[in-house]
Structures are given as C-alpha cells and as structure tokens.
Design a protein around this ligand. Structure first.
Ligand code: PHE
Length: 457
C-alpha cells in the first residue's frame, strides 16, 4: 500500500484536469459575495470613485504579487496550506495555520449570507412587498428561517467539495463561471441604460481626492485580500493541485484581472440603478438586498431580472464557498489523514454551528458583543467579518511575503515559477514581494489596529 508514495498521495489528493478548469475554479474562488455584495456597498459607503481608485491601485500592487507567491508555494509542495509552509521551512506551518483559521471563520458567516441569497431567489418569485427594508430586516433577524437557508447553502457546498477536485469543484466552476459573466453583462446593460443612470455613473467613476482617507484605504486593503481570496492559503491549496508545467505567472495576472473586472461590473450593475431610482448608495450591507429588489420592481421585466441576478450571486457565492471549505478539508486530508468525506462532514458541522451564532447575532443575540483590539465591540457576524478581512487576511499576506522574501528565498521561488513560465516579470516581482508588499501591508495593518496613531502620537 505504501509503494510509490508521492504518486499515491497525489492521486488521493486529486488534480485539476485542465488549465481552463483550474482557471475557472480559481476565478470562481475569487469572484463571490466579495465582488457582488461587498464591493458595491463598500464603494457606496466610502466615496464611490475614491474607493474604486484606491482599490485598483492596491490590486495592481498586491494582487499579482501575492497571487503568484501563493500559487508557487502550493505547486512546489503539493500540500495543504499548513503542510506547504512547514514543508519548505520547519516551524513556519503556522502561517498556513492562520490561513486555515481565517477560511474557517469566513465560511461560517459567508454561508449565512449565501443563505440570504437563496432566500432572495425564492422571494424574487413570491414577492417582497412594498417595504423592502422591513422585509430584509424581518428576515435576517428572525431566529429560524435564515438558519435553515444557511444550512441549505452549507449543505450544497459540502456536496460539491465531497466530490473532490476535478469531479466536484472543477466541474461546477466550469459551468457556473461562464454563466455568471453572461448574466452579469445583461444586468449591467440594463442598469446603465436606465433613465437617470448617469448620476450613478458619475459618482462611481469620478474619484474625489479629498475623500481618500485612512478609513477608505483600510477598507480597500481588506477588500483586496477578501475579494482575491488571498492571505489565507486558498491559492496555496488550489495551486497544490496544479501540474508542474502550468504557467502560474499568466494565471496570477489573469485571476486578479478577471476578479476586478467582475467587481467593477458589479458596481456598474448596482450603483447607476440605485441613483436612477433615487436610493441612497451608502446604506451598507443591505444595499443589494434592500435597494435592488426595489430597483427591479421599477423595471420592466423586473421579476425576470431579479431572479437572474440572485441566481448569479448564488453561483458566485458557491464557487467561493467551496474554495473556502477546500482549504480546511485539505488540511484534514493531508495533516489529519482523514478521508475527504470525513473531513467535509466534520468541518461542515462545526462551521454550521458557528454560522448559527453569526445569524442569531442579527436578531436574538444582537446584544452579545465581543470586544476587539481596535477599541470597538462587535456582534458575532461583524466580528467574524472584521477580524478576518481587516486583520487575519492582511497578516497572512504579510507573512507569506516575508516567508518568500526571507525564509524560502526569492531565488527558490523564482526557480519554481520558471518551471512552467517564461517569467518576464521576475525583476519587478522580486522587488514587490520582498520589499514593497511587506512594507505597504505592514503600515496599513498597523494603522488598522490604531497603533500607528499611538506611535506617531
Ligand atoms: N473571494 C471570495 C469573494 O470575493 C471570498 C473568499 C475569501 C474566498 C477568501 C476564498 C478565500 O467572495
């Protein structure tokens, strides 16, 4: 049973069956609620164009650099996130460990929002009533219904992940992602051609430089990590199922580009419509669930567009949630030597339970607050979001950059990348990963915790 061990393990772990399949899975991981739900409302809360500009600048600096870093670590080691770092250097597994923890926490609340999306597919057909805000609040604060939908979303995610890499994740992504692009394009066309859309376009596309504050920068940084699935070993894990001859330099350019394209398209789908019908862009997480149904209602063929839209969001969400789950499941398979099925079942159960807390924190448990180092106290849902997006993911990204720059060594990483790529960007990447990215992320992270204020006085 133990003969030819590496090959056997790799077979047991699974592999992508094609480059297109891998790309769709990786883009599927990146494109999710982060793009369609978070990005438009963060832009709406943080000055529109100002946020978009900072976001794009950060994606250009960090996206390619860290994406390539994670893919190279994964492909080099063929291991789960924890095993990958510790295989290269004993004692560094904790970097991957942080990532696994982050993914675990993210999925616990991500799945709650995924459940809301399923509810809204149903509600698009059955009707939402006149007061969209009240409908949304009633739904998310009720004790049972959102948890049932959370269970459905978590269950569907588990069903795909149980089927493995090429048979489950890759197959699902190959269908879902192209469909998503087409549907999103339809909604964008509808939104930007509405009468009165131009005010929204202007808000979204003109950066007002006065509005670029530290808060906007921090929000954009967290969003870059979250949206690109970086800083938590997700791309390490996906990279570990790659063939040696894959061109990860190209992939690392393509994935962030497509992800940002979808985020920006989502803004085009939502903000012009919000302005056209005279709604507020800055209403936060409810933007998609409260404003859009009202927008659809005022549109010809509204029900049709509404169903399409929420199905699309669901597709995007599930192709991300499977990647979040895979990070933890791979850890169970590679480190704990569990079977894929056991790993999926155990982790699904625990994440489901944490998610119950996140869901209840919208209503029954809203008084239960957890203090955090930034001086604020958060409900469970917000706590999971804040701690992961603004702290754990940037910290993971920072550590992975330091790991490549000073532990594994840039030349070793370059050797790995060169196996399948010409690596024309070698010089610039080397400087970015070793100096620019760590310094930039460190400074923003420090200011997030408020320490910078104290240091500067
Ligand atoms: N990138 C996903 C989104 O935008 C979320 C995600 C974060 C997925 C981290 C995997 C890892 O929705």
């Amino acid at each position: 049973m133990e003969q030819n061990k590496p090959q056997q393990t790799q077979e047991k772990r699974g592999m992508w069956s094609s480059r297109f399949g891998f790309l769709m899975a990786a883009v599927g991981s990146a494109v999710g609620l982060g793009n369609l739900w978070k990005f438009p409302y963060l832009a709406g809360e943080n000055g529109g164009g100002a946020f978009v500009l900072v976001y794009v600048v950060l994606v250009v600096i960090l996206g390619f650099t860290l994406m390539l870093a994670e893919l190279s670590i994964g492909r080099n080691t063929n291991s789960d996130a924890f095993g990958a770092y510790s295989k290269i250097k004993k004692g560094w597994g904790f970097v991957g460990g942080f990532g696994i923890l982050a993914g675990f926490l993210i999925l616990s609340y991500y799945s709650v929002v995924g459940g809301w999306v399923i509810k809204y597919i149903v509600a698009s057909i059955t009707g939402i009533g006149a007061d969209k805000g009240a409908y949304f609040t009633n739904f998310i604060t009720s004790p049972v219904e959102p948890i049932v939908y959370h269970l459905i979303f978590m269950g569907l995610t588990a069903l795909i992940v149980i089927r493995g890499i090429s048979g489950g994740i890759e197959k699902a992504s190959k269908i879902v992602m192209p469909a998503l692009f087409i549907m999103l394009a339809v909604i964008v066309l509808r939104s930007v051609t509405l009468e009165g859309a131009s005010a929204g376009l202007k808000y979204y596309l003109t950066p007002n430089f006065d509005e670029i504050t530290l808060k906007v920068i921090i929000a954009a940084l967290g969003q870059v990590f979250f949206s690109l699935s970086l800083g938590m070993g997700c791309m390490v894990t996906y990279g570990s199922y790659l063939n040696k001859d894959s061109d990860i330099e190209k992939d690392a350019l393509l994935i962030p580009s497509l992800d940002s394209l979808v985020a920006i398209m989502a803004g085009f789908a939502i903000l012009p419509a919000v302005f056209a019908f005279g709604f507020e862009p800055s209403q936060g997480p409810g933007l998609m669930f409260v404003t859009l149904p009202a927008v659809f209602e005022n549109m010809p063929l509204g029900m049709f567009f509404s169903v399409i839209f929420f199905v699309l969001v669901f597709f995007a969400a599930i192709s991300s949630s499977i990647s979040l789950m895979e990070v933890t499941v791979a850890f169970g398979i590679d480190r704990l030597r569990w079977s894929r099925t056991t790993s999926v079942m155990v982790f699904t159960a625990v994440m489901f339970v944490i998610g119950i807390g996140a869901s209840l924190s919208m209503g029954a448990w809203s008084g239960f607050l957890i203090p955090w180092i930034d001086g604020n106290s958060y409900g469970i849902f917000d706590f999971l979001d804040v701690v992961t997006s603004y702290y754990l993911l940037p910290l993971g990204g920072l550590l992975s950059a330091i790991f490549i720059g000073f532990v594994w060594g840039v030349p070793n990483a370059v050797k790995e990348i060169r196996i399948g790529s010409k690596f024309r960007s070698e010089k610039i990447w080397s400087v970015l990963i070793k100096f620019v990215v760590p310094v930039l992320v460190f400074i923003i992270l420090l200011s997030t915790t408020g320490l910078l204020d104290k240091i500067i006085g």
